[in-house]
Design a protein around this ligand. Sequence first.
Ligand code: GLU
Length: 320
Amino acid sequence: MSEIHRPVRTRFAPSPTGYLHIGSMRTVLFNWLFARHHGGQFILRIEDTDRKRYVPGAEEQVVQSIRMIGLDIDEGPEIGGPYGPYRQSERLDIYHKLAAELEAQGYLYRCYCSPERLEQVNRERQARKEPPGYDRLCRRLSPEERAACEADGRAYVLRLAVPLEGETTVPDLIRGDITIRNSTLNDLVMIKSDGYPTYHFAAIVDDHLMQISHVLRGDEWIATAPYHILLYKFFGWEMPVWVHLPQVLGPDGKKLSKRHGDTAINEYLEKGYLPEAIVNFLALIGWSYDETTELMTREELIRALYAGAYQSGQRGLLDR
Ligand code: GLU
């Protein structure tokens, strides 16, 4: 475990798009255990910037499920806290201000391409057997061309001007360094034409402003983590420690979904499973403390985060 030199603050940042999935609840548990192990804070942040996928009532259900399995939240939308608001849709001004700063430094640029043009670009790429992506047309616009687009009042998105050369390394607590070539990256959208930020931009801004020290999230985010590292570099901010947790898979090796049975945490609660049993089950998916222990209390789990006791054959929840 690398040394911790700032107060431990972890967060769970769900998008309110439906019920809380078992896999997400495991992420909640790890964040909570990590914060409690280190005497830190556990924060809930609602990532509701994708207006098309927003489901009314989902936020309440998430909070209720977390509470029902007995995990307490230190800061969040209804509790408040020193770094609020904790709902991203209420933080648009913050994203706009910071995006403008990056744009002024040339790290973000305006892209006026229409959805039709982007589709066409992707069709052509597909025909050449290239992965989908943007061809950076607007990154190369001359000042006159740009001014003409502005004068026309063309809608635009803000894209990340990723370095065209070099490499980006994601230091991960569990996996070590993951390095990729920048030439394989895309100029991803950071601010959409509706003025809402994408996950990538909002999450990084918020993790920084909310002083998150450790980001524990599903490993489906490893692929886009290089963009997050670049944002930290461009802003000149100190990065959190990255911990990408393996996803919960079904017996067929595929991501756990409805066809494997119940996946919503409230379905288990409604069927009468005790919160203690659910916590125990979530902790022991993909991990065992030793050869024999099958029941652990929350307090035991908090202690068992890192066993540091290999000599007796025990393994901490975050030891790999
Ligand atoms: N809103 C993202 C999701 O629901 C959060 C990912 C993260 O923890 O950074 O998957």
